[in-house]
Design a protein around this ligand. Structure first.
Ligand code: ADP
Ligand code: ZN
Length: 432
């Protein structure tokens, strides 16, 4: 199913031509902002220098620090009277940044969200419960307007207040939810507490995004919540959710390439990685008026899925994001992403829905402790059994990730549940 069939099924050559044309317009527009006026002049590039898409590489990168330095208005490329909304990053990694939108920007973004929801199988008969927080964070209003545009009944529930969430689902027959995977894990355990059987609900589609998660977690959520899970990726600098969205083939997320140019670079050399290789995602907005951003370094790690997709869309796909470079843990010379730890944990049936990674320094060595909640089904305090589970978790983590963690098993509901983006890692190493 398509929302904007013509644009979604545009051929590769046409997409490239459109990108080139829009890139030129974007550069012209960007140069109206104080930041890019200076940046582009210094680099000696202008719209007329862009003869092919490869010339994109002549433009310098934009970083989070650039956004911070030009806070609040330095990257604004439109007169304030044309600007109708401001969003901010959730500030996961430091001082927040702001992004401005014109009405046209919001309309375009709304359609990208609508494309994703329709691609996942949503339609006007759906009841959409948005369980992401509203406010400056883009996960609230972003999905909200996309779902409304399709004609879904939208429940702007926000995040948290799990009991009320479950009541809303039950009373209004919610069919589609938008939620972070970590909060979804928590909600899945809360059904039992509130004596509601998710099989009796009408849930059918789960849009999971805003944080990294593994295929194992998706499958666990699909099982626990009785729905079909779809990955939705985005970042406030590129509007927010629905920069890329999974189609029904679930082999990567289609980047809406009529709105963004995607590159994958080696973070150290900043050179493009070879086709299909893992690296850092870099995006350029090519359909935004108020605040165009050129070659934004996301620090998110992913790779392009090579080849065409059987769904009929030529918009290239990226693999599910493993994590941000900043989140990578380096333990005894081995690099580990929290999402890799999660993948191992979530395929062990005795493991519950919450976990935490604690890092300490013992002498010269870093030590990782993985604190794991057991599922309520597996928790009955038999020491021998607990020891076996602990041994298995340790063994699988060691086998898979080549690190040697200490595993600590916990009763269900010991750790603070996540209502939004989960904070999985507690790093005690600097404090010593
Ligand atoms: P902040 O940078 O403060 O977290 P944002 O709300 O803009 O602010 O968050 C965007 C970031 O969230 C992305 O750069 C990425 O790291 C993460 N993210 C969003 N969606 C996904 C997803 N589907 N999978 C993995 N990570 C995601
Ligand atoms: Zn597809």
């Amino acid at each position: 199913m398509f929302w904007q069939q013509e644009m979604e099924t545009l051929g590769r050559d046409e997409l490239n031509a459109l990108q080139l044309e829009r890139l030129r317009t974007t550069i012209e527009r960007a140069a109206r902002s104080p930041f890019y006026k200076h940046r582009l002049a210094k680099a000696g590039v202008g719209a007329s220098d862009i003869k092919s898409l490869d010339d994109l590489r002549r433009i310098p990168f934009t970083t989070k620090q650039d956004l911070r330095d030009s806070y609040p208005h330095g990257m604004l490329a439109a007169p304030l009277e044309q600007v109708v909304r401001l969003h901010g990053s959730s500030g996961t990694t430091g001082q927040s940044t702001v992004i401005f939108h014109t009405q046209r920007d919001l309309d375009t973004w709304t359609d990208l969200v609508a494309r994703g929801l329709v691609m996942a199988g949503g339609g006007p008969a759906d009841v959409f419960q948005n369980m992401m927080s509203y406010g400056l964070f883009t996960g609230g209003l972003g999905l909200h307007y996309g779902a409304e545009r399709i004609g879904m009944l939208v429940i702007p529930a926000g995040s948290g207040n799990t009991r009320r969430q479950i009541t809303l689902m039950r009373d209004f027959g919610t069919t589609v939810i938008h939620i972070t995977p970590s909060y979804a894990l928590h909600v899945s355990t809360a059904f039992a507490v509130h004596e509601v059987d998710p099989r009796g609900l009408k849930l059918r589609i789960g849009v999971f995004g805003a944080e990294p998660y593994s295929e194992e977690t998706r499958q666990k959520l699909e099982r626990l919540l009785h729905l079909d899970g779809y990955n939705c990726y985005g970042l406030s600098e590129m509007n927010g959710p629905a920069v890329a969205f999974e189609c029904s083939k679930k082999n990567g997320l289609h980047v809406w390439e009529d709105s963004f140019i995607v590159e994958v670079i080696d973070s150290d050399t900043t050179e493009p990685v070879e086709e299909g290789g893992e690296g850092e995602l870099v995006f350029t907005t090519i359909n935004r008026e108020a605040m165009p951003i050129l070659r934004y370094r996301t620090r998110d790690r992913s790779a392009i899925v090579p080849g065409p997709c059987a769904c009929g869309r030529h918009h290239r796909r990226i693999r599910a994001i493993v994590g941000r470079t900043d989140d990578m843990l380096i333990l005894g010379g081995v690099n580990v992403f929290p999402s890799q730890v999660e993948a191992v944990l979530m395929r062990i049936p005795e493991v519950g829905t919450n976990y935490q990674i604690v890092l300490d320094r013992v002498g010269e060595l870093d030590r990782m402790t993985v604190r794991v909640e057991l599922s309520s089904k597996s928790f009955h305090g038999d020491i021998k059994e607990l020891r076996a589970i602990s041994g298995r978790v340790t063994h699988e983590l060691r086998d898979e990730l080549v690190v040697n963690p200490t595993v600590e098993l916990l009763e269900p509901d010991t750790l603070e549940p996540s209502m939004g983006k989960a904070v999985r890692v507690v790093d005690n190493r600097e404090k010593r």
